[in-house]
Write a new protein. Structure first.
Length: 330
């Protein structure tokens, strides 16, 4: 008999609650074992080794996902099909590598069969399992244990909460490694050159800034508020860069500065020196920086206009925060 709408939503919420329960229990149960595995992976990386992930059934997909995540943060990793391993694929194993074997029960025959073979090849092993005292956990060098008190499957058969916990524990391992290795946005960008993510990470300020007539620059000395407003209007910009005799940025005059000058500058404020109302110094970004660095400045300082400068502080381009969504940076 088909379920009614209310029952469908109730059952979906119950499924999510059970999986959330598993995540909470896993987080609470983290121990020194997790730290030990992090250190083991760090050691493997230092000696030029790799991480080999393996699993069967649903855990095969989780092992493949963990492999991809590790590679994306610069940790060399590969997936090993346990069946194919017995028919030649063990050739990818080398002394100094680390194998992560996934099995909820810790009794999966295919995983247990790999243990002595990995030992023969000189690999260290990690059991990623829901059973801390299982044969796989006891036979491995290290263990990562998750806790799933119950599955979300109403038949208690389909792996659900257990696979969610295993996936999340693998993600936790990768994200801790990312931070412990000091991975930067530039490092991350090297591993993600394609798609929207790659475009966002690889774009530099030079690629997005407005230049030429669209980047208003005036000398601070001898420029009036009226001239500054004219330059901004002509360039369709929200700010104008004001420079000294050597072309170095000394201040920025924005729409906000214009409004404030109108309130405090008196009736003839348009004829007064713009230097009297400009924001001295102003916030800038190196022209060669990654575009995401400009985004960070916009978000942290809550400003709308930013000038890109060269090593000598000379403005080369202008960035309006409204340009960022068009470039898919926001």
């Amino acid at each position: 008999m088909p379920l009614d709408n209310a029952t469908i939503l109730a059952k979906a919420r119950n499924c999510l609650a059970i999986e959330q329960e598993a995540l909470g229990a896993t987080a609470k149960g983290l121990s020194q074992d997790f730290v030990t595995v992090v250190r083991a992976v760090e050691t493997v990386i230092k000696v030029g080794g790799k991480v080999i992930c393996s699993g069967v059934g649903k855990n095969a997909h989780i092992a493949q996902k963990l492999t991809g995540t590790l590679n994306s943060i610069g940790v060399p990793a590969c997936y090993l099909d346990p069946t194919q391993a017995l028919h030649g694929d063990l050739g990818l194993c080398a002394a100094g590598d680390l194998a992560i074997l996934l099995s909820n029960s810790g009794a999966t025959v295919e995983m247990l069969r790999l243990l002595p073979l990995f030992e023969k090849f000189g690999l260290k092993t990690v059991a990623l399992t829901g059973a801390a005292t299982s044969e796989l956990a006891r036979g491995s060098d290290y263990k990562l244990v998750y806790t799933a008190p119950r599955e979300a499957c109403p038949l208690a058969l389909a792996p659900t909460a257990s696979t969610t916990a295993a996936l999340a524990l693998g993600d936790a391992l990768a994200m801790v490694l990312l931070e412990s290795r000091g991975l930067t946005r530039e490092d991350f960008a090297k591993y993600h050159p394609a798609g929207t993510l790659g475009m966002t990470l690889l774009l530099r300020v030079n690629d997005i800034m407005r230049t030429g007539d669209s980047c208003p620059v005036l000398k601070a000395a001898g420029t009036s508020v009226q001239q500054a407003i004219f330059a901004m209007t002509k360039a369709k910009a929200g700010a104008v860069a004001l420079v000294d005799a050597k072309g170095r940025l000394t201040g920025i005059f924005t729409d906000g500065d214009f409004r404030r000058s109108a309130l405090s500058g008196g009736a003839d404020f348009l004829k007064k020196p713009v230097a009297s109302f400009m924001t001295k110094g102003g916030k800038t970004v190196p022209a060669g920086a990654l575009a995401v660095e400009a985004l960070k400045i916009f978000q942290q300082l809550k400003i709308s206009d930013l000038f890109a400068v060269d090593a000598k502080g000379r403005p080369l381009g202008y960035i309006d925060v409204q340009d960022l969504p068009k470039l898919r940076i926001l």
